[in-house]
Design a binder for this molecule. Structure first.
Ligand code: HL5
Ligand code: SIN
Ligand code: MN
Length: 277
């Protein structure tokens, strides 16, 4: 049964080649509106949970991001095991996978701030002593993404250049996580990179998925539109590549410590039984 489910969502050899070449791959409308609604409701509920996992915008009131919702809400715990996300991630990886990081960037209407140009792997190498860029990021659109609501922008092929910076700023934008502002690429660097690689911003209906490489250069503009752009990102890491922190590890809301290999699950996402995990 599991085998059959996995086959249904298998990436084709051509899709795998595209991912390797460009550093990202879009899978449109993988989740239906009922599922998106269930996830969206679960996120709204989780936004009410106080704690360091909830990061606010500079106004001190609007939610900027929430980490580790898969540890508090059944819908997200199921989601990270669904063959539609875990299946493709496993095809792109060389070993068993676990959840390294799970976040939802809220990018709210009228004020969701930018995410500066950066490479994820630099953050994790510096903050967690992560050895290899053996992660697969899986983004899931909780809202329709348009040119208006601050779409994520990628520089296709930039993941093949290795790390383009090697330090973080002395002062941090946030004490709770490493904000891309702390490891942002310089404007002159970005000009050269954009002339070499160009820019692409995948857009599409809620329920679409974008797989992306931990070294691809990416970022997104502020959202001044009346439409939110909530983007869920599950980062899977290979079990054998679990980081060995040099000092005190970061809190496990931001970097998961449970490296038990994930198994595929056929459980529906919109159980409507609600509630905590
Ligand atoms: N906020 C993440 C972390 O691990 C890093 C960023 O987009 C991922 C750069 O603290
Ligand atoms: C964004 O939500 O636009 C940024 C996502 C990321 O940096 O991974
Ligand atoms: Mn990122």
């Amino acid at each position: 049964m599991k085998q059959q489910v996995e086959e249904r969502v298998q990436l084709s050899p051509d899709q795998i080649a595209q991912y390797r070449e460009n550093g990202f791959l879009v899978l449109e409308s993988l989740f239906d509106p009922t599922e998106v609604e269930a996830l969206s409701d679960a996120f709204d509920a989780d936004c009410l949970t106080p704690g360091p996992q909830r990061i606010l915008e500079d106004d001190g009131a609007t939610v900027r991001a929430v980490y580790a919702s898969h540890r508090r809400r059944r819908e997200f715990a199921t989601l990270v095991r669904t063959p539609r996300l875990l299946g493709p991630a496993r095809q792109l990886a060389a070993d068993d996978l676990y959840v390294y990081q799970f976040k939802i960037n809220a990018k709210s209407a009228f004020g969701g701030d930018r995410w500066a140009w950066h490479q994820d792997f630099l953050a994790w190498k510096l903050a967690d002593n992560l050895a290899e860029p053996r992660q697969v990021n899986v983004g899931l659109f909780l809202d329709e993404v348009t040119e208006f609501n601050g779409p994520l922008i990628y520089l296709p092929g930039s993941h093949r250049s290795g790390l383009l910076r090697d330090f973080r700023n002395v002062s941090s934008r946030s004490a709770q996580h490493l904000d891309p502002d702390d490891i942002a690429l310089r404007p002159e660097q970005m000009s050269a990179l954009v002339s070499q690689h160009g820019m692409v911003s995948p857009k599409g209906p809620a329920g679409s998925v974008v797989l992306f490489d931990p070294q691809i250069v990416h970022g997104s503009a502020p959202n001044m539109s009346p439409f939110p752009r909530r983007l869920l990102i599950a980062t899977y890491n290979e079990v054998a590549n679990a980081p060995v922190p040099l000092g005190e590890p970061r809190p496990d809301y931001v970097v998961g410590r449970d490296t038990t290999p994930l198994e595929l699950s056929d459980e529906p996402i919109d159980l409507r039984v609600g509630g905590a995990v």
